[in-house]
Design a protein around this ligand. Sequence first.
Ligand SMILES: [Zn+2]
Length: 155
Amino acid sequence: MDDHDRFMCRQRAQRRAQQKGQKLDSLWGFENWDCDGREGHHISRKKYGDALIAIPVSMHRELTRRQLEEHATEGPDDSNPLERLGRFLLGLTDIVECLADFLRRVGNALIAAARRGQRKLCESDYSLTQLLAFMGALHKCLGATLATLAHEIGE
Ligand SMILES: [Zn+2]
């Protein structure tokens, strides 16, 4: 899937969400994160690896959609370490894109608040502390997983 295909795929997903009556700024559903529950997500998909992270339900929905619609179709051997590492890296890429989109959103919100004359954080529509906790959990999980995968493909 190239960049154009990925763009079109996401446009179709956005349209499907709108047709269901969901009013989303993005497919990540950031506006729901504060009240979303958390779900366990297998970064590589369960059959390709055990790395699991707790994430907001809305984020999980989009990561799952990407795994199913945007990642390479399934290979013949889900125990192949190269396939498993490849799947993990695609899952990681999606998470990093989510974080980049989130940070851009926060940055723009802070600048907009500054333009309104604010000098301190007040109520925003999502919590920076949640993001920081999430990034900490992600960092811990990814470090352990990358070490394991590096060992597997080196054997
Ligand atoms: Zn998942």
